[in-house]
Ligand binder design. Structure first.
Ligand code: SF4
Ligand code: SF4
Length: 93
């Protein structure tokens, strides 16, 4: 699988936050860090991030798959990804 670049530009395209698997609790918990990530653009050095799971490791917050909307995402199309649920297991299912 192609390595997805951990860029601000890609993060802006990520639609994980709109996904039914990304629970309200996770959103509340991760909002400050995610806002900072959007603004600072220092994502390349990070290992963990709650979002853009195709570029980062799996979530520490999302525990249950309730539908994955990755195939509708621009990053998905641009990188020729073919898996889903990147938030649940490294490399997706
Ligand atoms: S493909 Fe999925 S995990 Fe990757 S940026 Fe898009 S919505 Fe997020
Ligand atoms: S990787 Fe897929 S299932 Fe997980 S939050 Fe993103 S869109 Fe939803």
């Amino acid at each position: 699988m192609a390595q997805v670049a951990k860029t601000k530009e890609n993060l802006k395209k990520c639609i994980c936050m709109k996904c039914p698997s990304y629970t309200f609790g996770c959103k509340m918990k991760n909002m400050p860090a995610n806002m900072l990530g959007m603004m600072m653009g220092s994502l390349e050095k990070k290992e963990h991030f709650e979002g853009m799971y195709c570029a980062f490791e799996e979530s520490r917050c999302i525990k249950e798959g309730k539908g994955c909307i990755c195939p509708s995402c621009e990053v998905y199309k641009e990188n020729g990804l073919d898996k889903t649920y990147f938030c649940l297991a490294k490399g997706g299912k």
